[in-house]
Every structure is written in C-alpha cells, then in structure tokens.
Design a binder for this molecule. Sequence first.
Ligand code: ADP
Ligand code: MG
Ligand code: MG
Ligand code: MG
Ligand code: MG
Ligand code: MG
Length: 661
Amino acid sequence: MGLLSEGTALSWAETKKYADHVRRHGIKQFLVQYHKLESRTKDVLYWGDEVEYQLLKFDHVNKKVYLALRGQEVLKNLQEKTKVKNDSAKDVPTSWHPEYAQYMVEGTPGRPYGGSIAHFNIVEANMRLRRQEIQAELNDDEVPLSLTAFPLLGVREFTWPTAKTDPVDGVSRSLFFPDDAINQGHPRFKTLTRNIRTRRKEKVAINIPIFQDVHTKRPFKEDLAALGDDGEAARAAQPDHIYMDCMGFGMGNCCLQVTFQACNIEEARYLYDQLAGMCPIMLALSASSPIYRGYLSDIDTRWPVIAQSVDDRTREERGLEPLKEDRFRINKSRYDSIDSYISPLGRCYNDIDLTLDQELCDELMAGGVDDLLARHVAHLFIRDPVSLFSEKINQDDENDTDHFENIQSTNWQTMRFKPPPPGSNIGWRVEFRPMEAQLTDFENAAFTVFIVLLTRVILSYKLNLIIPISKVDENLKTAFKRNAVKNDQFYFRKDVLTASTPPECAEQCKGCGGDDYAKGEYTLMTVNEIFHGKDDFPGLLALINLYMDSIEIDVDTRCTILQYLKLISMRASGELETSASWMRNFVTSHPDYKQDSVVSGGIAYDLLSRVAQISQGAVQDPKLLFKHTTKSSDSIPAAVSSAEAFLKQKTPSGSKSAAAA
Ligand code: ADP
Ligand code: MG
Ligand code: MG
Ligand code: MG
Ligand code: MG
Ligand code: MG
C-alpha cells in the first residue's frame, strides 16, 4: 500500500506540527521531478498487476475458520526466497509486499509485463505461482485466499491465535478488531491507524446498511456496551446498519490493482481520465464482498467500507460544525473517487467544485505546471500527512520525493497518477485501483487482461469515454448496490469513437457548465449494454475484438484472451454471477441460514471451504465460472517463446507489433 519509510513514527500531535513542512517540501519535490521528467518518453507500454491475499486457518474438526496472523513471517520468507533467486538469475517471477493486516500479503509479478502480446499468457500462471509460493509457507490447514472481505472480520475471536481488543488504550480502540491483527512488521500501519483516529478526534465510524431479510431484527441494533463501549460507538452506530469502528475493516480487505506505463506524460494524463469513468463499471462487475462482520449487507462491494474506514476528516471538515480550527470543508474521505480530470479532453467535464490548497496551486503554476495538473496536485495536498518518521523530516528536495509520496500515497483514490520514481528509468504511470479481488487466478487474470486490453483499445482508436465527473461519482454510488450488474444503469458516453477536440476554454475552467455542456453526450446503460452495445455504441467487447483483429497475434495467445473475454462477457450479461451474488446465494440457500441476515461461524466455514476448493481448482461452480482450460506454470516459457517466434516470423522487426501490446 504505497510508500514505506523506515524509522521512528511520530504521534499525530507531532506530525501535525510538520504538516505544512511536509506539504511545502512535497510540492518542491514534485516540481523538481516534474521538470526533470516531463519530457521522459517510453516506447514500451509496461504494465503489472497487484493481488492481495488473506491467510486463513481452518479447524476442520470443529468446522471453524480463522484469519492466521502470520503475514509478517510469511512475507519475510517469501522476500528472502525471491532475493536468493534474484542473485542467481535475473528473472525473478514474483515480488512480495507488506499489507495493512497481519493476515495479509501482497504479490506482484517480479517484473512488469509488456513488450509482447504473448505476455497475456503469463499473467494467470504467474498468479498461480504466487498462490503456490504462499501455500508453501503455510501449514496444511492454512490457505491463502484472494478474498476481498473475510465474512467474520471483527466477529469475536476471528484470529488465530486469538487476540484481544483494547477499546481503552489500543491504537484503534476498536470493540471488534484487535491491534494484533494490524501488520506488526512495520510501524507505518499502526501509526496510520492511531493518527487517523486522533486527527478525526473520534474513532472512524463505518455504517453499512444491513440486508433486510424476512427475520432480520427490526430495528437492527446491537448491544455495544457489552463489548466495552463507553458510549461513543452507540452514538456512531446507525440503526439497521452494520457498524464497524476501525481502519482494519477497510484496509484489512483485499483488492486487485493494475498499473500502466504510458509513452509520455500526456498519454498518462489521457489514460488517467479515460479510465476514471471505467472505475465504477469495473467495481460493479468485480463485486465480491456482500458480508461484513458476520452479517449479510445490502451492498456488494468493499468501497464504502474502506472509504469510511480511513476517513480522518474532523467534524468541521465534514461540514457538521462551522470551520474554526480546520482549513477546508472536504466532501470526501481520503479513500474515494477522483475529483478532477487532468487531460485537455477532460477539462470541460470537471464539474465538481474542487477544494484545493490555493497557495500550493499558485506555486505549482508559477513553477511552470499547467492549471489542470496543478489543481490535481493541490487537491491531493489539502490532506495532512498522517504518518511521519522523525528520520525523514529533513530531506534533499532535489533528489528525494518522500514528502510528495507521503501525501500522494495516502490519497487512496480510484485512479492514481504516478510520476516516475527518482533515480529509476521508469516512465509516467497510471494505476487502476477500484477492482475487487476475485476468488481464482483465472478471474483475476481475466479482469487484469481485460483492463490492459481496454487501454490498448483506448490508445489505438483514441477513444473518448469521458462524461462529467460528477456523473462518475453518481455511477460509483450505483456500483456499490446489491446486484448492480443486473439491476442498475450507469451513465456512459454514447459516442466513444469520435473524440471531440478539446473545446476552447478559459485557462481556469472549472467545468464550463459541465452537465449543460455535455448534455446529450451520455445516456444511461446497463453493464450488459456497456460491454455488448446499445444503439450506435458497439460495446467495449466488440471494440476489443476489432483491435485484436488488427494486430499480429498468435493462436495460443488469442485463445487465452478469448477465454478471459468470455468470462467478462458472461459476468456482464448476468449469465454468470458476480462473486458477490454467488456468495450471497450460498449463504441464503445454506440449510443453517435463518433468514435473519446472520452469517454464522458454521455458514462462513462452509462458504470459505468451498471458496478454498474453487480457488485451488478442485471444484468448479457453473454459476460462477464456465469450464475453462488454464496453462500450467511449466508451459509459461513454451507459450511465450512460441508466441514470440510467431511474431518474429510475421513481422521482421518483431518489436513493432509487440510494442502495441
Ligand atoms: P503500489 O503498491 O505503489 O501501487 P507496487 O510496486 O506494489 O505499487 O505495484 C505496482 C505494479 O506496477 C506491479 O504490478 C509492478 O509490476 C508494476 N510495474 C512496475 N514497474 C512498472 C512500469 N515501469 N510500468 C508499469 N508497471 C510497472
Ligand atoms: Mg496493496
Ligand atoms: Mg503494491
Ligand atoms: Mg498498494
Ligand atoms: Mg508498494
Ligand atoms: Mg497499488
């Protein structure tokens, strides 16, 4: 989860004293790098995925399932093994990173993909290898799952070994989530937890509507005093909602992210804007988290949970009290959808009133950054640093970027615009962050490959998917909903093929009418229509197929891709269930389920046992997946080299069409 700096963590009171210092130097650091790197170009379109895993422990005798607090130890071993390989060979297949919870790890490919269309053959095998590498570190009764949300998270004694909550002195003061479940390997995670709570001046409060079943308690209200509540939780908990009270409920969830390197900064800005509108759509399609703290909820995705879980805004900033101590009213959590487009094409669709640090914005513009990018950065910089290490306070702004990254990496938004890291030869990148983790490698590969192909289509055909950014926000709210894929409609652009030239616009345009300007350009579509077409719009899948017909592509790779597109197509049409509705149906049709929204320990055990079997390929459920063939890790080199040979034979230069991949 972004930057990890080592050292002595400061309290919020100490960090606050340095907030302006961090911001001022962060902007200086951005400016230095911007000028060094604004003209950097790359001809290879690298990309890579990130998959997060939870470590589960099964007690098959008593039919119970726990989260195993072994992430730190497992990560250490995984990192050591990849290091050994690194010394002996230059190709390290996997790379391992810490995550928020002590029961999590994050895995990425050892190197980014790109340069060859055949790399689409490796994605799934590499994901499978990662799963095997984690499994090799675990006991027989333990399993790694790419599961978005653990259904019993925060339910009494959900960890192995058992850990105690400390509502009085703990860093989170949670009634449900023990501090021992937070990553113990690096102080960043506990520091963030404590500082977000102290900055807010109260515990974070997550309220998620409960699924109202026939026998759900009405009103649904829990006895929080019995768990040690001093009254704060009772005041924060809304009736008929599942109440959660700490960062771990959101940051302790898993997701699937994909990062792309663009040719240059302009292309990165264009991609950032184009993909922004896809975030709600892909969130809805990848929905896989209907259960929270042992209850069926009325939502299908983690997003509103994670947004509320790190909401460090004070009452003044949230608009509940007049501004006195704080600087701004802020309309969103640090974890939320983006508020502005940054490419010329997006300019006139910026119809959200952007809260920004005007002084820093002026400094950026005086330093030669254009208004769109300056406003984007100045908007990120309305936030305070929430984790700072004493050793890192004074930096060399010519060469370091820690202060910039401090603010940047704690703006957890749907999209992230990533400048090249100093001292690297990496290009300008954008990160696509909304998707939920899928249960199997096949599905995670399918979602990854789909979004990579979509970027190729967007760039090749110069597509324009932009709608007013306020409409993207509305779409995100739609995407949370139970069964959004089948029941709801999303704003989508009618004509994506003829990109309108950027309209003449005042330098400081804040969306000249936004909605008025764009009226008539977009309409409501179902997810099915977005993927399969409506009226003159051919649908995203047809555009991808058109693109594939236009490039050199070997039979193996094409077959692999077609299986992934088939999954996306069948999820979009509703022929296959989303993971969320599959889990929901598993619970509601379980013989022990009492139609009261309660997901008991026994039901969760059965559900996760099935998930474990599915993720290992031991069982296939035709409601979730069609029968597909997958490549084993043994066949990776063969598949790639045969594809590369095919391409060389087709195109003497070889690398030309490869670059398009
Ligand atoms: P973060 O957690 O900050 O988002 P990670 O380093 O965990 O970043 O993962 C980012 C992803 O980007 C990985 O899949 C990695 O392979 C990929 N990646 C690395 N270098 C590049 C690059 N030059 N272009 C595109 N993607 C890259
Ligand atoms: Mg992560
Ligand atoms: Mg990462
Ligand atoms: Mg991350
Ligand atoms: Mg990282
Ligand atoms: Mg990431």
